[in-house]
Design a binder for this molecule. Structure first.
Ligand code: FBP
Length: 262
């Protein structure tokens, strides 16, 4: 199966995606006066020449011009707000057709395995993969096991998440890394030919974040789909440059931090 956008989603086999879907998932609470502007974040991704920016369709329609912007667009097809309580459930909010009309090179979808609503998400995701692959479009699965009784960050659960992505036909699995290095190696093995990218998470200490990323890549991840650790940074362009040192250039966190502070 030939997927047309796949080569742009990697640079020598490695990927850096900038996630900017938090406006729906978390609300503007994550933003400041700069990063609340989608244009600011799109420009950041474009200038850094990374492998993609992840947007919901509404933001893509109003801010992203596929003819002008030189960064691959990844549209997240489902979403939820944090206002709703209870078992997590993220339904499709954008069709494959609309995403492609908006210029998407790849599609994203979040699955919450273990949730009461898991069957709905599995069914929607299955239909999306079928259509996307028929059209030659790659699909990224956010696999976040959640729901009562699910230990989201256990090593076994993370490996299960990776495998779910493979079983369901995802081209990339976006999963958590709990700092169990050997466990994450196993998770990357479990993902098989599905490429693993790690979640960024809430903004943390720069050096800690770069160490986390280094480890995840050494364990077998091809990169990261990070959001807040970049655009909440006081110097997001430099943070992206430091991430590039780790992901593309195979540098150490110490070398990358020099790039950040230099
Ligand atoms: P961050 O790097 O900011 O954590 O973004 C990664 C991401 O998966 C986003 O794509 C998504 O909006 C968010 O995290 C979901 O976070 P959660 O459901 O864990 O609150």
């Amino acid at each position: 199966m030939k997927l047309s956008g796949l080569d742009k989603l990697t640079t020598n086999g490695k990927s850096i995606f900038l996630a900017y879907d938090q406006g729906l998932e978390h609300g503007p609470v994550d933003f400041n006066l700069s990063n609340i502007d989608p244009g600011f974040v799109i420009r950041l991704a474009e200038r850094a020449r990374i492998n993609g920016i992840i947007l919901h369709h509404g933001v893509a329609e109003k801010y992203f011009d596929a003819k002008r912007h030189r960064v691959p667009l990844i549209i997240k097809l489902n979403g939820k707000t944090r206002l709703r309580q209870g078992e997590p459930c993220s339904y499709q909010v954008c069709s494959v057709d609309r995403a492609l009309r908006l210029g998407a090179l790849a599609l994203g979808y979040t699955i919450y395995p273990g949730s009461e609503y898991e069957p709905v998400m599995l069914r929607e995701f299955g239909a999306i993969v079928e259509k996307a692959h028929r059209l030659g479009v790659p699909v990224i699965a956010w696999v976040y096991p959640r729901g009562s009784g699910v230990d989201e960050y256990s090593t076994d659960t993370i490996a299960y998440a990776a495998r779910i992505a493979l079983e369901l036909g995802a081209d990339f699995a976006k999963i958590h890394y709990n700092r169990d290095f050997e466990g994450f190696k196993w998770a990357c093995k479990a993902a098989g030919n599905t490429k693993v990218v790690v979640v960024g998470g809430p903004k943390t200490n720069d050096y800690e974040f770069l160490c986390y990323l280094r480890e995840a890549i050494d364990a077998g991840a091809v990169g990261t789909a990070v959001g807040r650790n970049v655009w909440q940074h006081e110097n997001p362009a430099k943070m992206l440059a430091a991430i590039k040192e780790i992901v593309y250039k195979n540098k150490t966190p110490e070398q990358a931090i020099k790039k950040l502070n230099g």
